[in-house]
Design a protein around this ligand. Structure first.
Ligand code: TNX
Length: 503
């Protein structure tokens, strides 16, 4: 095996000119390059758990992107010239779990992180630094020059979420996995699944089988519905975990519960005989909040879902319960909070839950009411910032967009990016993070999902990760245009916004 190793001067490349999203805290270019090629290997810390998997994930993504095989943790042979080290480090600069440092030299890349989670975020940056095409003019073998320098990085918010409504329209496990994989490339760490609503119940509950048999059989527009078996859900959780992403399950109650009440009519509290519902109205259904059997039911549902959910959260919905009396609503939220806590989870609810007497451990998700968000702060709760006007992925880009709604306004790509979650009246210490919800009344397949989510969700990744002083629309829009090859390679049906010069 006497292949010639390229010993060639690298082209001058500028690390600070590479389009990274989300933009890191600090980048220092040293104007040389690391030659990624067939003589490159990855070595990971063996003593620290998870680092080997991170190395394998990087190798797999390099293979997918440029069809290069990079061995991971194989005994060193004389053919290895250049090494990508993924190291566990206790350096003080790395004292937050998702922080990482990347040193790119001519013969080595050193990625340092305190945790494997930090290492995982770091390899997303490295993936973005690998050029799409090799530079073959200088060598006999293909090389992919990675600009040299140093990047230090950590997130602005610890919760960087997206939400997918699988209730109004059902999305398959494959669809959800594709979305998770794309989100993880942009360093999202949370996916909230809206698993139940008036139009459909999407998660198998073994102790209450009719929820999916009956409640899972429909969706908006009369299509056929669907649901995740518990095995499906576990597979989504596993796939997300591999990408250091937390799944947050939501069962929306006491409103948005028609599909549950059709399956088990004793749950119903609005006095009507429930029928399957395929329309788009909200606010007409409620559980009976004064029946013990309703809470026994909820206990089973929260227990079965919590047992399959390694993440710390359970989302109880709580929005738009327009036919639940105020006292009943407060009573209900208080009772559900106890059930959620009993099953070891921390409760999240839409901002309306701040009206109940819940404790400061609960989290309010601000979608509509600033007043409710402020009530949550007064209770010293944490808030997830996701105001519909700015961060709803189901809002149309403009009046010509065929998919989506516009009750909260049109959200073109610049509007989606140009706001500051910290400047919305919630003290920074109360902000858990941000989320971009995608409601699915008007979308029924992955192409439509992608059309509304991309490119806006990429901007939300930067709002969540990058410090406000490092965000700038003029700079961002150039970097966004440079995402086109990635989106196209991954078959993402993104909206070609005319505001962006797509590469
Ligand atoms: C409001 S946002 C809702 C959802 C709808 C959405 C459509 C929220 C907590 N409730 O039920 O799907 O608007 O944009």
């Amino acid at each position: 095996n006497e292949q010639k190793k390229p010993r060639i001067p690298m082209p001058v490349t500028d690390l600070s000119a590479v389009s990274l999203i989300p933009k890191p805290v600090k980048t220092i270019a040293t104007n040389s390059a690391f030659a990624l090629d067939q003589f490159t290997a990855i070595y990971t810390s063996k003593s620290a758990t998870g680092f080997d998997k991170v190395g394998e994930f990087l190798a797999q993504k390099i293979k997918e992107k440029i069809n290069l095989d990079v061995p991971v943790n194989q005994e060193s042979t004389n053919t290895v010239d250049r090494v990508i080290y993924i190291n566990q480090s206790d350096s003080l600069e790395l004292n937050t779990p998702e922080a990482y440092q990347l040193y790119i030299n001519q013969d080595s890349i050193i990625l340092n992180a305190n945790t494997s989670e930090g290492a995982f975020r770091g390899i997303q940056t490295l993936r973005q630094l690998v050029p799409d095409v090799s530079n073959d003019t200088l060598a006999e073998q293909k090389i992919w020059p990675i600009p040299s320098g140093k990047i230090t990085d950590n997130p602005n918010f610890g919760y960087r979420g997206a939400m997918l409504d699988v209730a109004r329209h059902f999305f398959s496990v494959e669809d959800v996995k594709k979305y998770i994989d794309l989100l993880s490339y942009y360093k999202f760490n949370s996916l909230h699944l809206h698993l139940s609503d008036d139009q459909g119940w999407r998660i198998e509950i073994k102790s209450w089988p009719k929820l999916t048999e009956i409640g899972g059989s429909t969706e908006v527009g009369g299509e056929s519905g669907g649901f995740y078996t518990q095995e499906d859900y576990k597979e989504i959780v596993r796939y997300a975990q591999e990408r250091y992403m937390t799944i947050i399950p939501e069962i929306d109650m006491p409103g948005h519960t028609n599909s549950a009440s059709v399956s088990y009519p004793f749950l119903n509290g609005n006095g009507k005989t429930p029928k399957l519902y395929e329309g788009m109205q909200v606010g007409f259904s409620t559980f009976d909040t004064r029946k013990d059997t309703v809470y026994a039911f909820i206990d089973d549902v929260v227990r079965e879902i919590s047992e399959m959910t390694p993440g710390p959260y359970f989302h109880m919905g709580g929005d738009e319960s327009h036919v639940t009396k105020k006292n009943d609503y407060i009573y209900f939220v208080n009772k559900v909070e106890k059930i959620v806590q009993k099953h070891g989870k921390r409760m999240i609810g839409w901002d309306e839950i701040a009206n109940a007497d819940i404790d400061s451990n609960a989290i309010a998700q601000w979608w509509a009411s600033e007043e409710n968000a402020k009530k949550a702060v007064a209770k010293n709760m944490k808030v997830i910032v996701s105001p519909a006007k700015k961060s709803y992925l189901d809002m149309q880009y403009d009046s010509l967009t065929k998919l989506g709604l516009h009750w909260a306004g049109y959200i073109p790509v610049d509007t989606a990016y140009q706001w500051t979650p910290e400047d919305y009246g919630i003290p920074k210490e109360n902000i858990l993070g941000t989320e971009a919800p995608l409601w699915s009344e008007t979308i029924s397949n992955i192409e439509e999902l992608e059309y509304l989510a991309f490119p806006r969700v990429i901007g939300y990744s930067e709002l969540a990760w990058t410090k406000p002083e490092n965000r700038n629309w003029e700079d961002y829009k150039v970097r966004l245009g440079d995402q086109a090859p990635f989106l196209e390679r991954n078959n993402v049906n993104y909206y070609h916004s005319p505001l962006i010069d797509w590469k």
